[in-house]
Ligand binder design. Sequence first.
Ligand code: NAP
Length: 324
Amino acid sequence: MRALVFHQYGSVDVLQQVELDRPVVAPDAVLIRVVAAGVNPADSVFRRGDLKLIIRLKFPFIPGLDVAGVVAEVGANVTKFRPGDAVYAMLPNAIMGGYAEYVAVAETCVAPMPESLTFGEAAALPCAALTALQSLRDKLALRPGGHVLINGGSGGVGTFAVQIAKIMGATVTATCSDRNLDLVRSLGADAVIDYNSTDVTAGDARYDAVFDAVGVLPFDKIKRVLCPGGAMVTVNFNLANPLAMLRARFDRQQRKLKSILVQPVGADLDTLREWVEAGKLRPVIDKVYPLEDAPEAQRHSDTRRTRGKIVLAVDTDRVNEKRI
Ligand SMILES: NC(=O)c1ccc[n+]([C@@H]2O[C@H](COP(=O)([O-])OP(=O)(O)OC[C@H]3O[C@@H](n4cnc5c(N)ncnc54)[C@H](OP(=O)(O)O)[C@@H]3O)[C@@H](O)[C@H]2O)c1
């Protein structure tokens, strides 16, 4: 099978297209023929070796956390899927494997693909939308009527977070740069703030919850606008380091600091699919690149200016096809 891999850490130039054997399917896994794969900042984190002291990768390493495609084969214990099913999946965090024509993944990480989306659109969802869902629902326990600040409403995670917070009945204030104000408003945000001209931590507004979907805001700054008893979730573990967590535990107004590590949960992909099919949730696609242009796609992602998501077309003939 065709795959985009790296054999050593480095710049996008270490990415190479190679031929590899198809993965072997374990009893609880499905083999997916990949039509489209999502690109996430984590792909570059692994490629650069930012986590090499913590996570040892096996080379050649195939990046990619998100896939949409068709089931090619199922393991002996698999009950939910059959060959020919159109599915989407998030692959396990440190294993990845999406930039390839085939990937084998545990049945629990997979769900039927939304019928109203193309393979390319479906591949935009898993990691980013699950991060938003698990942060808002599980970490922040967002309630209808609550006021949430979403820092970074225009990126992969943020575009889903704005929509999911609205689905959950919250009042949403989101930040982005001025070129994306209309986009974030169109996703349902009640108020949008240009973070380049306005410091969100300095105004009079107060929030029940804060989701920093970019990972740049220190808890000490956010505390100024967080209601007593409120909570903040950051995608950046460095800002939820042991010292920051310890200081937060002694906060007199009981405001909490949390971090998120997204989990590849198929049942959560079912929730996302229901929202997509009900017309409540949609992916924003910035650009689709053919698989062989993965270096260019990662260079784009590394600018940190992506509007919504970047997708790789692994099967260019089918990327715009729907499940039905
Ligand atoms: N911990 C986890 O489980 C987990 C899971 C997924 C992602 N992440 C992390 O979450 C972060 C976001 O991921 P992503 O996929 O959304 O990335 P992304 O799509 O590359 O994010 C790009 C967006 O970030 C916005 N942005 C950049 N600097 C900003 C700032 N100072 N304030 C507000 N917005 C800013 C940009 O907005 P403008 O162009 O409008 O300025 C752009 O829309 C990454 O660091 C990623 O590694 C963590």
